[in-house]
Design a binder for this molecule. Structure first.
Ligand SMILES: [Zn+2]
Ligand SMILES: [Zn+2]
Length: 341
């Protein structure tokens, strides 16, 4: 089968690999039909993801079709179209035992820690497949990205009428915005990039956008009648932004770190203590998040049309990928069509 392998940073190769032939116990054999590209893939390509190992088959945002099932799997049938929850967990660690498999001690994310979906056929545990009878394959491939936002908003227990600040308006930030709006929060978006802020205003009808920088705190005070936002989501994964975010939270508020950074984040204890600040990290998403997103997409409460800005086939992706990294091309989400033989 055709497979795109990231041989090393900056170098994809289209190769022929042996497809899996039958599902193992509890597993499904699926044909990968669409793969969404995200920041993780871009970091892997750039080579600035220090713990990433090569060669690797990328692809963790997947829209798939079931082609064969282990006979014991009764929840799915051949031909079902599904989103894939790509977080493979050990089922025995403390997080798994507590029903929190998305932060499993041994977590293996498809396409990140283990080979993913940039190939025609893969096997996945049937429990990781979330079916829809009406969504398109592209919508199904968007569910994972949305899950990051849904989970972060769930972690925050966001209430209607709150001011929620989302720092960083890339795909993760957009996913947070989407679910913060559904929770009834008044959303403020902050970014250094004016194009992204315009996109949020026009496509996501965000209430307030502010340019990151010296004036940001003053603007936040104006917007919130001096209160400051009670929920602040950092979706930048940028150290400076994450440290600065502590200063932007209202007294009694919480800071939710969604973006990830490989380094230390520090804060001044009296400032955090005085506010009784709650700090939350948000990782991946739960099966319940996946199911909720699918129903919200099915009912039209989530409009996926602004999301996909670029498309490519398996072969054209290799040439197109470097251009997707260039900010001037304004990629929100690129989608790869895995044609199959
Ligand atoms: Zn992703
Ligand atoms: Zn585990």
């Amino acid at each position: 089968m055709q497979t795109i392998i990231l041989e090393k940073p900056g170098q994809f190769q289209l190769a022929e690999t042996e497809p899996p032939t039958e599902p193992l116990p509890g597993q499904a054999l699926v044909r990968v039909r669409r793969v969404g590209i995200c920041g993780t893939d871009i970091h892997a390509f750039k080579g600035d993801q220090p713990f990433f190992s090569y060669p690797r088959i990328l692809g963790h945002e997947l829209g798939v079709e079931v082609v064969a099932l282990d006979s014991k799997v009764a929840t799915l049938k051949v031909g079902d179209l599904c989103a894939v929850e790509p977080y493979l967990n050990c089922r025995v660690c403390i997080a798994c035992r507590r029903g929190r498999p998305h932060c499993c001690v041994q977590l293996q994310c498809l396409g990140v820690h283990t080979d993913g979906g940039m190939r025609e056929i893969i096997t996945v545990p049937a429990v990781k497949l979330h079916r829809s009878d009406t969504l398109t394959l592209e919508q199904l491939a968007l569910v994972e990205t949305m899950g990051i936002g849904a989970h972060a908003v769930e972690r925050a227990c966001l209430q209607a009428g709150e001011f929620a600040l989302v720092i960083g308006a890339g795909p993760i930030g957009l996913a947070v915005i989407q679910f913060a709006q559904l929770a009834g929060a008044t959303v403020i978006v902050m970014d250094i990039n004016q194009d992204r802020l315009d996109f949020c205003r026009h496509q996501f009808k965000v209430d307030w956008t502010i340019a990151a920088g010296k004036e940001a705190t003053t603007r936040l005070r104006e917007i919130t009648s001096n209160d400051m936002p009670t929920a602040v989501f950092d979706a930048t994964g940028n150290r400076q932004s994450m440290i600065h975010a502590f200063d932007l939270v209202a007294h009694s508020g919480r800071l939710i770190l969604v973006g990830l950074m490989l380094g230390d984040v520090t804060f001044h204890d009296p400032d955090a203590h005085r506010r009784e600040l709650t700090l939350l990290c948000s990782r991946n998403a739960t099966a319940a998040n996946f199911q909720r997103i699918i129903s919200l997409m099915e009912s039209g409460e989530i409009d996926t049309t602004p999301w996909i800005t670029h498309r490519a086939s398996m072969t054209s992706m290799i040439d197109a990928f470097p251009s997707w990294i260039d900010p001037k091309n304004r990629v929100i989400k690129a989608m790869v069509d895995i044609e199959g033989g």
